[in-house]
Structure formats: C-alpha cells, structure tokens
Design a binder for this molecule. Structure first.
Ligand SMILES: [Ca+2]
Length: 492
C-alpha cells in the first residue's frame, strides 16, 4: 500500500467526521449599549472597527429585541429561551424558578463544554452551571480539546456605568450628534464622550475574541455572535419599553453558512437564540425540556412554522435558522416587552410596563400610570451625572420640559407608528383613526400575558420573591431617601 493511498484513505475516513462536527459558539455581549450605538448600526459617533468588521463578515439583524431593558432579566431570558415572567427572573437582580434549565444543560446534552467569562447576573447556580472561565483562560478553554465542540459566553461590563474605561479624548463633545430623545446640554455631551469611549473599549474586547477564534484554526466552524444587550443608562433607553431600551444589536458570523455582509429585518427575540443554536447544532429544539411548564398556549405573532408544533415545545422562543441561512426573511409578527420597576435602585413602588410591537406599530401599556416613574436617573442626587442639567434646561426650554415630564409621568397607553416615528415621540393612542390598531394590539398583548401567567401589577408586587433574600425589605425602603442615597453611592 503506497503512502499516498494510505493518506487518501485517512482523509476519506475522516471527511464524514469533519462534516458532522458541530459548530462551536462564541457569544460576546455588551452591557447597556443602546442598539444603534456602533458604526455597523449607523452611529455617527461610535468608533467600533471590530464590530463593523464582524458585520461585513456575517449577518446583521436590524430588528432583534430583548423583552426587558435590564441586565438580569435580559441575560436569563437569553440563556433559558423563556420570557421573564415564565422563567421567574422578571425584576432586576432576580433568579429563575428552581428547576429551570438553561443553555448549559441543553448544550452539554449535545456534547459541548459550556463556559462563561465575565458578568453573571443570574441564579440559582443549579440553573446556570457554566464552567467559569476568567479572561486569561479563554484561549485555553477554546483550544482545550479540538474534538469536542464548545460554547463560550463572554459578558463584558462595558459600557455599563461608571463610564470609566477607554479614552474619552478620542471624542469631541461639541461634535457629537445627539439622538432626538436626548436633551442637549454641555454636561450631557461631556458624559457621552465617556460612554462612547467605553463602547470603543468594548469593541477592543470584541476584536480580542475574534482573534482567539482565528488563532484556534476553527473559525470556519465557529458561530460568532455579538449582541449589545439593552439600552444605555439614559432616559428612554434602559428601564423602558421604547425601542431604544428593548431593541438590541445582533450580528452573527458563521462562515460558509451565513452570507457575509447580509442584513435581515426579520423580527427576532433573545428567547429565540438558544433554540436557533440548538437547531444549528443539529438538535431539535422541540425535544428539549426547559424545566418550566405552561408553554402550551400559542403566543400571538408566533412564526407560522410553529403552529403545529407548539404543544411539543417547552421554549417560548423559536429557531430562526432559516433566516440566518437566507431561506426565510420573516420570523415573529409581534414582539414583546415586560418591565418591572419594583426592586430597581430608587425605583417606584410599582410601575409595571408591558408592550407589543409589530413591524409597523408599538403599543405600550403603563399599568400603574397614575404613579410617577422613578429610577436612579430621576433620583438625581448624583451631581456628576447630567439629569440636573436637564431639569435646569426644562425651566426655560419647552422641549426639555416635555422630555423631563414625559419620562416621569406617562399616559396609560402609548401608540407609535414606527414607520414615521422611529424614536416613539408622537403618541397616537388617542387618535380615533388608530382605534382598531390599538384594540387589536391590546388584545394580543393580553393573550401574551395570559400565556406567561403575567398578572401585571399583582405580578410586580411579588418582585421581591424573585430577587435575593433581602430584596423585599429593600423594596419597602426604596421610598426613603437614606436608602436611595446609599444605593446611588453603591452604583458609582
Ligand atoms: Ca445591562
């Protein structure tokens, strides 16, 4: 037997194995980065060469959504494939119901090692038994065993407050272009240079992770995902159901499977990501158990393909692999928002917000609209921040007054035509011509809440049960200035 023939035989024997190798997954997530604040998403201010490069190599989703613009609920819905009320982690600093399973269980079942490097913000530990990977161990984790597929989640702390990382001198405060929901004051511009510096520093982390994957020699068989998490700590972003809170950047690179430089406007949600990746790893998401009952009812606006399959799936999310591989251009017809104010730092006693969004319209239901909305921003004692400059400007400037008042006092319903009003500034909820659209959206939103076991205000009042042991006590003391002061100091 010639040496060449032997070599050929080995290649032929290994070829089917190589073809069947499950793709590795690297998912890198920012922290509080408003969805459009990168070059790839059209920001006139951000400097993000690595994110932009990734977009040129993969598919950029323009309509991806988390259901909650807060850290803990966002991460836990992503990891479980379940919306916040159903998985239990709907307030901030919360935990899922005991027995809830996450991507760690699902991908271990598929033969993966599953690691996490960075911020956690989940619980209990049994539901998220990630292998801990510190920053220096990432290359080792990736290269440990080339015969076993891996799933590595990298969660940055940027650009969450304090905006201290990166080089703010790269940005000229006077030249920043501000989105129309931001009140323009010198102080606001100054702090935003620090925000963009942190985004620039996060982009460096994205570049590092891309480099590790390239160096592993397995880039072709690695699904590389960047996502921005939820909106920044700026009014109308984090802690709201506006698109600037819930919409999230999502770029997926998967060489040979996903067309480089492609863009999809299909509506996809964080709960879809785990089912999609199970699908990509040739598992059937319908056969996986999330550990939670109650998912049998249809969710209005579900992707059509799931109609027949709903009773068999335990996930709320649905695989969008067909969108990713260019075989479909639509996914959800409706996407949802679930916000719990109770339990956030300096938050209102109860201010539940729910939303439903189609491709064209958004309905927001402020369930306890008779109360003022409060959070760390409106608390305003922190003079290094900018809210007080908005209040000062509102004394003489009508637009600033409208933003400051509108952030804290909201009507019961807000309805926006997103085709004409991207930043949701013109409320059409009381326009007679919009009645049918409003009624229809409200009916579907209530059906979604029913499917989730979501009772609005009553659910919000139980937020403490879903948080850490002492949280309910803290909730009760939220009204006191002393507690607020302490929490504000802690946040810095
Ligand atoms: Ca966050």
């Amino acid at each position: 037997m010639s040496r060449h023939f032997l070599a050929l035989m080995i290649v032929l024997l290994l070829a089917p194995l190589a073809k069947a190798a499950k793709p590795n997954v690297v998912l890198i997530m920012a922290d509080d980065q408003t969805w459009e604040d990168s070059g790839a998403y059209g920001s006139p201010n951000a400097i993000t060469p690595n994110i932009d490069k990734l977009a040129a190599q993969g598919m950029r989703f323009t309509h991806c959504f988390t259901a909650t613009a807060m850290c803990a609920p966002t991460r836990q819905q992503l990891y479980t494939g379940l919306f916040p009320v159903r998985n239990g982690a709907y307030p901030n600093h919360s935990k899922v119901h005991p027995g809830t399973k996450s991507l760690v269980h699902h991908f271990r079942k598929l033969g993966y090692r599953v690691g996490l490097s960075g911020k956690k913000h989940f619980g209990p530990a049994d539901s998220f038994p990630f292998e801990g990977v510190n920053g220096r161990q990432m290359a080792q984790f990736i290269n440990r065993d080339k015969t076993q597929p891996y799933f590595l989640v990298i969660t940055s702390n940027s650009p969450h407050l304090p905006w201290s990382a990166g080089d703010a001198s790269k940005f000229d405060a006077n030249k920043l272009k501000l989105a129309p929901y931001i009140v323009d004051t010198p102080r606001t511009r100054e702090v935003l240079t620090k925000y963009y510096a942190e985004i620039n520093d996060f982009d460096r982390e994205v570049g590092q992770a891309m480099k590790l994957v390239d160096q592993s020699g397995q880039a072709d068989n690695t699904i590389f995902i960047y996502t921005s998490e939820q909106g920044a700590q700026i009014p109308r972003c984090k802690w709201t159901c506006y698109d600037t809170g819930l919409r999230t950047a999502l770029i997926i690179r998967w060489p040979k499977q996903v067309k480089p430089g492609s863009v999809s406007d299909a509506m996809v949600q964080y709960v879809d990501i785990v089912p999609t990746l199970i699908d990509a790893a040739e598992g059937n998401p319908m056969e996986f158990d999330t550990g939670r009952s109650g998912g049998d009812a249809r969710i209005p606006g579900e992707p059509d393909m799931s109609k027949a399959k709903r009773p068999h799936s335990s996930f709320d999310g649905r695989s969008f692999l067909a969108v990713l591989t260019g075989k479909a251009d639509r996914h959800w017809h409706m996407v949802y928002g679930v916000h719990t104010t109770r339990g956030i730092i300096a938050g209102s006693e109860s201010y539940p917000i729910r939303s439903i969004r189609s491709h064209t319209h958004k309905l927001i239901w402020n369930i306890k609209h008779d109360q003022p909305f409060k959070n760390i921003v409106t608390h305003g004692r922190d003079k290094t921040f900018y809210w007080h400059t908005w209040l000062a400007k509102a004394e003489t400037d009508a637009t600033a007054r409208r933003f400051v008042d509108g952030y804290q006092r909201r009507p019961q319903f807000e309805l926006y035509d997103l085709r004409k009003d991207k930043y949701e500034l013109k409320n059409l909820a009381n326009a007679p011509a919009m009645k049918d659209i409003k009624d229809d959206l409200f009916e579907q939103l209530q059906a979604f809440m029913k499917q989730q076991g979501d009772k609005g205000h009553a659910t919000e009042m139980k937020a403490g049960e879903r948080q850490g042991r002492n949280r309910d006590k803290k909730n009760k003391s939220n009204k006191t200035d002393k507690s607020n002061k302490k929490n504000a100091a802690k946040l810095k």
